[in-house]
Unconditional design. Structure first.
Length: 296
């Protein structure tokens, strides 16, 4: 059997922890995934994966093999890039991760446009805010919104992400509209589990104010909190890329417009410049240009 493919399958199963999940992602049968892993174990003469009814984990031999497989797969990718078609067309598959809210609001459309320009390329997008080891998860590019990106990764800024405080007109009519940040403490506030859950900071010129707010409803996704605000659930701190359309059509109202939450940055993160493929470089350049001209 093709040992390069076997290494790719083994690395994917090690990342996903599931033969079925890898079969779906790699677009092959579960039996074929099992066969490739068995081929790897026979080739190396060691058990690489520990199977249980709930999870697949690496043995000690599997951890050593995975490190070497990832190095060899990176080398294979370099060779493939060097002998790419003379027409310069991009090919292969890119694996990305982003938050669900940004993936839904802007990234999906951007990736669809990029793929239309490069018909030989495939993209697999993993949405979620969970921290991933990009090397182990075989992620080529992570799109994250942060004020302090992971210093262990290479970070390329794509755009500024402003935030805005919003609530539905019905909620404000019933509960009143706060006039100062301090008054937020008396309101129902919707908190993001990973971003300022119950401590909100605001700027006005040279002034800074931090308020501890009551968050009876929290979630790890901004879109969930946006829908809670639309359902008169309280006041939410939202990225402008989600809230602006709803503010324009009146379904949401801005709260404390004179006070600005600190801006964050939308970054593209990747493990190393050394193994950056032409496809990843092309996508990075495309996203920089697209988001520079996009009105959030």
């Amino acid at each position: 059997m093709d040992r390069v493919t076997a290494m790719r399958v083994f690395a994917d199963v090690a990342s996903s922890g599931s033969f079925s999940a890898s079969a779906e992602r790699l677009e092959m049968s579960r039996a074929m995934v099992t066969r490739y892993v068995a081929e790897m174990e026979q080739w190396l003469g060691a058990r690489l994966l520990q199977r249980t009814t709930r999870r697949v984990t690496l043995t000690d031999a599997g951890e050593q093999a995975l490190r070497r497989c990832l190095q060899m797969l990176a080398l294979v990718a370099e060779v493939e890039d060097e002998v790419a078609p003379a027409d310069g067309g991009l090919r292969g598959q890119l694996r990305l991760t982003s938050s669900m809210s940004f993936g839904h609001a802007h990234l999906a459309a951007a990736l669809a446009e990029f793929l239309a320009q490069h018909p030989q390329l495939k993209i697999d997008l993993n949405v979620g805010d969970a921290a991933l080891n990009l090397v182990e998860a075989r992620i080529d590019l992570a799109i994250r919104i942060s004020s302090e990106p992971d210093p262990a990764l290479i970070a390329r800024p794509l755009a500024v992400c402003d935030s805005v405080l919003v609530a539905s007109p019905a909620y404000l009519a019933a509960a009143g509209t706060p006039q100062t940040p301090a008054e937020l403490a008396g309101h129902r506030c919707l908190g993001h589990s990973n971003v300022g859950r119950s401590s909100w900071r605001f700027l006005r010129g040279e002034q800074t104010d931090t308020v501890n707010v009551a968050t009876r409803f929290t979630a790890n996704d901004a879109t969930v909190l946006l829908h809670a605000a639309l359902a008169d659930g309280g006041i939410s701190l939202q990225p402008s890329y989600l809230a602006n359309t709803l503010l324009q059509d009146g379904r949401l109202q801005q709260v404390l417009p004179e006070w600005q939450p600190p801006a964050m940055t939308i970054y593209a993160l990747y493990p190393s410049r050394r193994h950056l493929s032409p496809a990843v470089r092309a996508l990075l350049d495309f996203l920089v240009v697209r988001f520079a001209t996009l009105r959030w």
